[in-house]
Design a protein around this ligand. Structure first.
Ligand SMILES: [Zn+2]
Length: 271
């Protein structure tokens, strides 16, 4: 009886070991085929309000991403979000659509892909002022546009995290553009901010507002930057560089940065 029980335990341990070896080998093969495999794929989707020059802005970043070894597709059709097979293969979606409409089916396709691990990135109103009636979409992005007091004004962008690969080595810089006032999810990591002077709206004087943030939605990385009212904004080297680095981070390019750490502004209230 005792001998049989020992034999059974031995067989069980061997079975578990064999299972672990098979799992490890198949995982290694998966990782290998991905590493040695095809180029990372990025989908640029543009549309919405033309005043934001979505196509001109994409024409700055899409060729550059190609130079980084990505396979790039540019489309104006949100129906790409319905194509589960295509979405499955993407590393990154870059969207430049201010306002506009998304159908519930398109939204479901996008959210599912990002939850599974596809990165999602954009600038200005391209992701953070899209589809204003889609609350789950806004929850994914982690913030939405509310105002740009004074329209085109002079303001400063302050780098608040000097260690993150997205902002490392960059200094504070000036913009002559729209200063975006956002409604922001506290569950984001803020990398750069701007402070409102109160010259236009006295009651917001001193308000520190995120300009660059990163966050997760499921397994997908979300990168947002509020600069980029028109393509001209990206003549500012820091603004252009922040987008480039943010795209690489969202696409999980090795060395582009880690998953976000919350910089919740409400935490100090608990201390
Ligand atoms: Zn704008």
């Amino acid at each position: 009886m005792k001998k049989q029980a020992v034999g059974f335990k031995f067989a069980l341990v061997m079975l578990l070991l064999a299972g672990a070896v098979v799992t490890f080998v198949s995982f290694s093969l998966d990782a290998k085929s991905q590493d040695a495999g095809e180029k990372k794929k990025a989908l640029f989707v543009w549309g919405g309000w033309e005043g934001h020059q979505p196509r001109q802005c994409i024409d700055i970043f899409a060729p550059w991403l190609e130079d980084q070894g990505f396979e790039v597709e540019i489309t104006k059709s949100l129906d790409s979000y319905l194509d589960a097979e295509k979405m499955e293969r993407l590393a990154l979606i870059v969207q430049a659509i201010t306002m506009g409409q998304i159908t519930p089916q398109q939204e479901r396709g996008l959210l599912a892909a990002v939850r599974r691990g596809v990165g999602f990135a954009g600038w200005h109103g391209g992701i953070a002022d899209s589809f204003r009636s889609s609350t789950e979409y806004e929850f994914m992005v982690g913030g939405s546009w509310a105002a740009h007091p004074g329209n085109i004004i002079d303001y400063e962008v302050n780098i608040t995290n000097h260690d993150d690969p997205i902002t490392k080595g960059l200094t504070d810089f000036k913009m002559h553009s729209e200063q975006y006032y956002m409604l922001v999810d506290p569950n984001v990591e803020v990398l750069a901010t701007t402070t409102f002077s109160g010259k236009v709206l006295p009651w917001i004087e001193g308000t520190v507002m995120p300009v660059v943030w990163k966050k997760l939605y499921g397994k997908g990385r979300i990168f947002n930057i509020t600069l980029g009212h028109t393509a001209e904004d990206f003549n500012v080297p820091q603004a252009r560089e922040l987008v480039k680095r943010g795209l690489l981070w969202a696409a999980r390019v090795p060395g582009a940065g880690n998953d976000p750490v919350q910089t919740n502004p409400y935490l100090p209230l608990l201390k």
